[in-house]
Design a protein around this ligand. Sequence first.
Ligand SMILES: [Fe+2]
Length: 391
Amino acid sequence: MDITMELRKFVAPEIITGIDARLMIGRYILHFASKKPMIVTDKNLPSLPWFINIMEEINKCVSEYCIFDQVTSNPRDYEVMQGAEKFVSEKCDLIIAIGGGSPIDCAKGISIVSTNGGDILEYEGVDEINLPGPPLICIPTTAGASADVSQFAIICDTSNKVKKAIISKKVVPDLALLDAVPLMTMDSYLTACTGMDALTHAIEAYVSNAHSYLANVHALEAIRMISNNIEEAVKPNRSVYTMYKMMLGSLQAGLAFSNASLGLVHAMAHSMGGLLDLPHGECNSILLEQVIEFNFDAVVERYTTIAEKMNVETKNLDQNQIKDRLLEKIRTLRTHLEISSFEEVEGLDGEILDKLAQEAMEDPCIVTNPKNVSKEEIKEIFGRVLQRKQT
Ligand SMILES: [Fe+2]
């Protein structure tokens, strides 16, 4: 592994891992001396037994709390604003986010606006937040987004139909309670898409221009852990131990990308997800192969190490053969996971392709892509994935 001696920083929240870690919530409500927490979640979760267990623990510690469950997938700017208004008007003092990446990102947005005021979209970009928000505790229920450990929040700008990335140490949660029990209620497709999102995080972090010694260690272990377990994780009879390993893989990927940032896959996925309202994990799964094909010659050694971590035989092979084997490995994984591809997008014309490419060019994730990319090259990739029906 080559080691950079350039200056690098590494931030992470307090993390508790283990079965039933979610039930530690009461101890931390007392630790933060909270009188009235706000729980940010989505409407589908509160009836599940593991969620009810969390609420029982919360009820032991506080006499009042409020719930904000108006969060949809690809969390929207107006949902953040509604949540922040509720947080302030109800005089809450702690945020507990329970869910996948969407409720956690929304909770981060609520934390920013309730403390700093203004509109959430004003905080787009790197280090644009002045004041730290109230304490934020995250209980993730998917193994993929890793918003529970990252300094990223992705919010949809609904007027312009684009996802905006907010990157700041101020959105790193105070505590992540990582428990595999909630992951057992994910269906297999959500498990597949979120798992591929986590794998993409690790790969993009490892080839990022901002990679570091610490981020590399986490990225490579994430690639190994996720690629060894993701196919087992989508089976109906998967064990909680398999899901625990997926959770740890996602955690490692989160620590890596939070600190080394991402690349072209995510820049393009944010643009697609915002304009066409497509699921984030699906966008990444399809774009990953295209972007590796494009980036490969810029960081051959790093992609070779990634291939080896995914059990691809690279000995005595030339650069092109290694690239083909790695792409084949990822394509096979995606096919086994039954993440097919997008139907042909209706009404996709030159103007929409141009807008998609422009938004990707402006996304902060593009800055750390290992190879410079032009708007025309991005348009070409979008054209390939959106206009052709793949298997
Ligand atoms: Fe992602």
